[in-house]
Write a protein that binds this ligand. Structure first.
Ligand code: PEP
Ligand code: MG
Length: 311
């Protein structure tokens, strides 16, 4: 007597859905790298380096004075290496130092830092780096050493850029530091309306990617302090003006073969994910705890777009 064929067991839905849009993870402290890698993310969309420096409890200048340049560079190399190792060969996008002066002022040696009335509009990100090329050179030397060690998954990302001129200057400093910017992948954060409106020039200057820092982009576009509780209800990352800037940047980047990404908190919001996938963003980077949900939201949105396209 023949038995009924056993019904084929349907494969379990995979833990990580396959998506055309990459889903990456944000890492702020190197110690979280293992947990971040375990999410199955396609890479690190933002590795913040502030913690590596601020945890020294001294300003870079002070630390270098006491311990020497090499010790400072080594701190950076080791901090980044831990994450690059954990993810290899998945890419790790490392942001150059972006601490505002009020954070530096709390450290040993902080008295030498400028006293600013409005640090968020002041001496931070690429502005500080370009103004102090001798200190920035140590950061770039850390990247050079990592490349020499074979970490070709490391990418360089510049924060608070405003225009192509910032990019040309950063490029020149990479060159001076012995980094082959044609061989390496590097790019800029889109965090100011100026940067969004200057994207064409930045693309022509040679960036490989543009990443939306929506925490700052929202703050600067809406003139809403991201740390001010009195205007917190006006902090809307989905405001039409923000979406318009983002949409324009994605379109221009596509024309210039520049990748686009988001690494601000808004990347974890379903509405933002839908908008970005719809616009054709290359990748979305979310906090560790949000990665799984974003992977599924991306999958759902991609499927919906596919269905719509055949209707
Ligand atoms: C942002 O501005 O969205 C961003 C990711 O950078 P940070 O939050 O570190 O300023
Ligand atoms: Mg920012």
């Amino acid at each position: 007597e023949e038995t009924e064929p056993v019904e084929e067991v349907r494969p379990q839905s995979p833990v990580k859905p396959m998506t055309a849009t990459e889903v990456k993870v944000n890492v702020s402290i190197p110690e979280a790298a293992e947990r971040a890698a375990a999410t199955g993310a396609d890479g690190v969309g933002l590795l913040r380096t502030e913690h590596m420096i601020l945890s020294l409890n001294q300003t870079p200048a002070n630390y270098i004075e006491e311990n020497g340049e090499d010790a400072y560079i080594t701190e950076l190399v080791e901090g980044i290496r831990g994450v690059a190792d954990e993810f290899y060969p998945r890419p790790v996008r490392v942001r150059t130092l972006d601490a505002p002066t009020d954070e530096f002022r709390q450290l040993e040696g902080g008295d030498d830092e400028p006293k600013e009335h409005n640090p968020m509009l002041g001496y931070r990100g690429i502005r500080r780096s370009l103004d102090r090329p001798e200190v920035f050179a140590h950061e770039l030397e850390a990247f050079r050493r990592l490349y020499e060690m074979g970490y070709d998954n490391v990418e360089i990302m510049f924060p608070l850029v405003n225009d192509a001129e910032d990019i040309y200057q950063a490029k020149r400093l990479m060159e001076e530091a012995g980094i082959d910017h044609k061989k390496r992948k590097w790019g800029a954060m889109i965090e100011t309306p100026a940067s969004a409106l200057s994207i064409e020039g930045m693309a022509e200057a040679g960036i490989d990617f543009a990443s939306f820092g929506t925490n700052d982009l929202t703050q600067y576009t809406l003139a809403v302090d991201r740390n001010n509780e009195h205007v917190a209800d006006r902090f809307d990352e989905l405001h039409p003006s923000i979406l318009k800037l983002i949409g324009t940047v994605i379109e221009t980047c596509r024309e210039h073969d520049v990748e686009t990404s988001i690494c601000g908190q808004a990347g974890s919001k379903p509405e933002m994910v839908q908008f970005l996938v719809d616009e054709g963003v290359s990748s979305i980077s979310a906090n560790i705890d949000a990665v799984r949900d974003v992977q599924h939201e991306v999958k759902r949105t991609e499927q919906k777009l596919l269905l719509d396209s055949v209707r």
